[in-house]
Design a protein around this ligand. Structure first.
Ligand code: COA
Length: 378
């Protein structure tokens, strides 16, 4: 435990791991359409007899217009775009090797620690906050903690696309309560594993990445950091984004790969219901903190869909947001679940000036949403 802590949480630094491989919309659609053609040819008689429905082609134009996504990074490109496989193939590792989620989480965490000038032994806790965990136990956070050589404790938390902001509030609460001085929030998101790459409605949505956020007491933070002015979380139950995969349905091979054990959504409903909920939440939280939403220098929003971000930013700022006011990483990363707003923050905060106020905001399945208002210091 550190001496003379203030109980004031700040973001000391962030880290990012980006998989080297990336799939363009053109590559994705070519693979998907080959799969569709093969499927339709193999089922031609049943389709002609009206006993089966022909599948439709996907389109690069639709994907870009509906979502803003142009490419996505992945951990296993060849298998995903192979029309005979169309899912990641990440070989299982032995128990004496680091698991892949921990490995990419560690890479992001190391960058955050390096940027903050922090040694692992000075960190008190690790939270692994992500949409999917590779296994039930031991917790991914404990493996990451072990790999980095951190003492103290770690645990996993899953709040889908809002996992990182929920992790930041949890870390901030440890700081506020004086239970920790330095907490790593790590979000390894291998979302290619929960995406149904054969589903035309959603096959373009997700990408893989890992982020890390070092939340610390102001007393030990580096000179340049972001004060956390306030955090707020919200959940409202909805079936409109759902994934039924779980340990109780693992036994039946005939159910493996069926669509509801992967990501499914009612995209239109999500769009309509989440935009007003999140915009209102931001405005209410700004009022609570005495911040004029129109004065926010930058919004680092969850990266699911450019249309949603445009509407939310407009409602918050009172005008159409520029790329400078609400930066996008969706075009090259796709939706990276909880990591999206953190990638945007990581890539687009350094040029801001001391005193600038901004907002990190997530939203997604649950529904779940989280806001973290921050102000630059140093
Ligand atoms: N290629 C070509 N056409 C496609 C297509 C594809 N891959 N997928 C769907 N279409 C077609 C549909 O068949 C439909 O055609 P129709 O009008 O002839 O029936 C049309 O495009 C519109 O489909 P729809 O699903 O209503 O598209 P949309 O405009 O709602 O966009 C999403 C789909 C998913 C991009 C959008 O709804 C969205 O982003 N919603 C929010 C999702 C979200 O943020 N989820 C959170 C996840 S964490």
């Amino acid at each position: 435990m550190h001496a003379a802590l203030t109980g004031r949480p700040v973001i000391s630094a962030t880290g990012l791991f980006t998989p080297p491989e990336s799939i363009t919309n053109e590559e994705l659609v070519a693979s998907f359409n080959t799969f569709v053609d093969c499927h339709n040819a193999a089922n031609a008689d049943a389709i002609a007899a009206g006993e089966a429905v022909a599948l439709n082609h996907s389109s690069v134009e639709f994907i870009e217009k509906a979502s803003g996504i142009k490419a996505r990074h992945v951990m296993s490109k060849a298998a995903i775009i192979d029309p005979d496989t169309m899912c990641p193939r990440l070989p299982e590792r032995g128990n004496d090797e680091i698991s892949i989620m921990a490995e990419i989480g560690v890479a992001a965490a190391r960058e955050a620690l390096e940027r903050a000038g922090r040694r692992p032994e000075d960190v008190d806790a690790v939270l692994c906050a992500a949409s999917n965990m590779q296994r039930a136990y031991p917790a991914m956070a404990i493996e990451i903690q072990h790999a980095l050589g951190i003492e103290g404790f770690g645990f996993d938390m899953n709040v889908a696309c809002s996992s990182a902001t929920f992790g930041i509030q949890t870390a901030a609460d440890y700081i506020r309560a004086g239970n920790a001085g330095s907490v790593l929030v790590v979000s390894p998101e291998i979302t290619s594993g929960h995406l149904n790459w054969r589903d035309r409605d959603s096959h373009f949505i997700f990408g893989d990445v890992a982020t890390a956020v070092l939340v610390e007491d102001a007393a030990i933070a580096p000179a340049q950091h972001w004060d956390i002015l306030g955090t707020r979380l919200k959940t409202v139950f909805s079936n409109n984004i759902r994934n039924n995969f779980g340990f109780l349905n693992r036994a039946a091979p005939e159910t493996q790969g069926t669509a509801d054990k992967l990501f499914v959504q009612e995209g239109r409903k999500v769009f309509k219901e989440v935009v007003p909920m999140v915009a209102q939440m931001i405005v209410d939280e700004a009022a609570r903190l005495g911040i004029d939403p129109a004065s926010l220098r930058r919004l680092w929003l969850h990266q699911a869909n450019t249309g949603m971000n445009r509407l939310i930013a407009h409602r918050v700022l009172g005008h159409e947001a520029s790329e400078d006011e609400s930066p996008t990483v969706l075009d090259t990363y796709g939706n990276t679940s909880s990591a999206g707003s953190i990638i945007a923050f990581h890539k687009h905060n350094e040029e801001l000036a001391a005193g600038d106020t901004g907002l990190i905001c997530s939203f997604g399945a649950g529904y779940s949403a989280g806001t973290v208002f921050v102000r630059k210091v140093g």
